[in-house]
Design a protein around this ligand. Structure first.
Ligand SMILES: *Cc1c(COP(=O)(O)O)cnc(C)c1O
Length: 505
């Protein structure tokens, strides 16, 4: 049977074409009518066709003609700047289809039967290499479903570490549970000390039994809420009977700001963590990729912000954002595979054992899931095909667009770049641009007005008590010149109350 998916020359040609023609004018959002129409085609219980089955072709037609027109353009458009979504590199999409075709269950390391766990291991090593984390240093590592899952792992490992060392012997949180471990260790509270934390950190705190209330924001100032107040940090760590995790934001999701300024501050946090037996987790979902930028002067400040990141105990990396692989993909790194095993080991399951001892642990004993998708393959494909330089070029392109937009906003009579007076466009801007309209009435409806053009999509947020717009560049497809022109025309048209047409750009 002909297998187009695995035809090397046909795929090679197709992928090259797609890779070389990135930027596109696909709408960022479907027409409201398409959404309403799609809804009417969905099966309804009680009707004669419900769960009656049909020809596969009819299902394909239904999905192509009814459902796809009602999906948003976050994958196809180069101007979907909502949230931080990333896009999908053609090679990653292809590899993802291979994953579905081959349907490997990457849970037990069975090197005599499948190479999948070894590929996952190598992909993690390559990710660490891309991010310059240091060779062979982060041997506790796994692919997750995304940054939220990686934050769950980070807090679980941190909780395990800070209590196990207080228990001082054979006992672990993994065996005793948090409550018994705290009682036995004489710990009355576990706190997560942070600044500018992503909402998923609180969710993770709830999941691992610390509670959302354990997350404490220690902001250095109201103007720069993402910066960690090191004095307040030490005061909180000093509290008797309290065990602490420190969660460093790199970077903050609205402003893109980094909790720590430079390697000296990272060093200080490490010193405090060692002194008080705390665990340092970094949420680097997108910000950690500043470590993959090239050496040029324009990125010096960004590189400085994350230079000390390797002093942490664990790191969250998102795959489906800046690495531009499909959902769901994230990575988690820590130095110690033992701490992961202490949390995630499946005990007494002889049928799940790997056989011969190996330096590659079975994924099921170091992460959340047992059965899991071969989600490492799309990431592996991107790292293999783009390499360090190719990926740095893609990132630069995104940074350039974000900086072009930020300069435009800064110089505009209609808009105000946020945080006010803070960011230097040429040094600090990475992927996100935060701004608002100077005109209060326009600012109230700004996000809707922009998104109604269907040629640009941005997220609304709130900054310093006022509505604000966040534009996040994370798709490999962006064209720093062409897409900038469209963004600038849309922002100008919206400010001047004119209709926007893509044909006039
Ligand atoms: C996106 C994001 C998350 C959540 O990641 P998911 O992949 O959506 O689970 C966590 N932290 C930061 C800083 C993020 O940007």
């Amino acid at each position: 049977m002909e297998d187009r998916l695995l035809d090397i020359s046909a795929q090679g040609l197709r992928l090259t074409q797609q890779r070389n023609q990135p930027s596109s004018d696909e709408p960022t959002l479907p027409a409201p009518a398409a959404l309403r129409a799609a809804e009417t085609t969905l099966p309804v219980p009680g009707t004669s066709s419900y769960l009656a089955g049909c020809a596969q072709e009819d299902t394909v037609r239904h999905i192509v003609e009814d459902i796809i027109p009602a999906l948003n353009g976050q994958g196809l458009s180069s101007r979907y700047f909502g949230f931080v979504t990333g896009g999908v590199l053609p090679i990653a999409e292809w590899a993802d289809n291979v994953v579905s075709r081959m349907d490997q269950n990457v849970q037990v390391h069975l090197p005599g039967q499948t190479i999948s766990t070894t590929v996952e291991h190598v992909a993690l090593e390559m990710t660490a290499g891309l991010l310059r984390l240091g060779d062979g240093a982060w041997m506790g590592r796994t692919f997750t479903t995304g940054a939220t899952a990686s934050n769950v792992l980070g807090l679980a490992c941190g909780r395990e570490h800070v209590l196990n060392r207080r228990l001082g012997g054979e006992d672990t949180v993994g065996e005793l549970g948090v409550l018994a471990a705290c009682l036995k260790a004489g710990v009355s509270e576990i706190q997560v000390l942070t600044s500018g934390a992503h909402s998923s950190l609180s969710k993770a705190a709830s999941v691992v039994g610390l509670g959302r209330g354990s997350v404490k924001e220690l902001r250095r100032s109201a103007d720069k809420p993402w910066e960690l107040d090191l004095g307040a940090l030490e005061a909180a760590l000093r509290k008797p009977g309290v065990a602490s995790l420190i969660a460093v934001s790199a970077g903050e999701v609205n402003s893109g700001g980094f909790a720590l300024k430079d390697v000296a501050e990272w060093g200080k946090v490490r010193e405090l963590a060692d002194k008080y037996g705390a665990w340092i987790h970094v949420d680097g979902a997108f910000g950690v990729f500043a470590r993959a930028l090239d050496e040029r002067e324009a990125y010096k400040t960004l590189r400085e912000r994350v230079e000390g990141l390797t002093l942490a105990d664990s790191i969250t990396v998102d795959g489906h954002k800046l690495l531009n692989v499909p959902y769901d993909c994230g990575m988690f790194f820590t130095r110690s595979p033992a701490i992961m095993q202490s949390v995630f080991t499946n005990p007494n399951a002889a049928y799940l054992s790997a056989g011969a001892p190996s330096s590659i642990p079975s994924p099921l004993n170091i992460g959340l899931e047992n059965s899991r998708r071969f989600r490492a393959l799309p990431a592996y494909a991107v790292l293999h095909s783009e390499g360090r330089t190719g990926f740095a070029t893609l990132l630069s392109n995104m940074v350039q667009l974000a900086r072009n937009v930020a300069s435009f906003v800064r110089d505009s009579e209609h808009y105000l770049l946020l945080p006010e007076g803070e960011a230097s466009v040429d040094d600090d801007i990475f992927m996100t641009v935060l701004f608002r309209a100077k005109d209060a009435a326009l600012n109230q409806v700004l996000v809707d007005k922009i998104n109604q053009t269907r040629q640009l999509y941005v997220s609304g947020t709130s900054w310093a008590g006022e509505k604000a717009v966040r534009l996040a560049v994370s798709n490999w497809k962006v064209d720093a010149e062409k897409d900038f022109k469209v963004v600038a025309s849309i922002l100008t048209a919206v400010a001047e109350g004119r209709e926007f047409s893509i044909d006039n750009v």
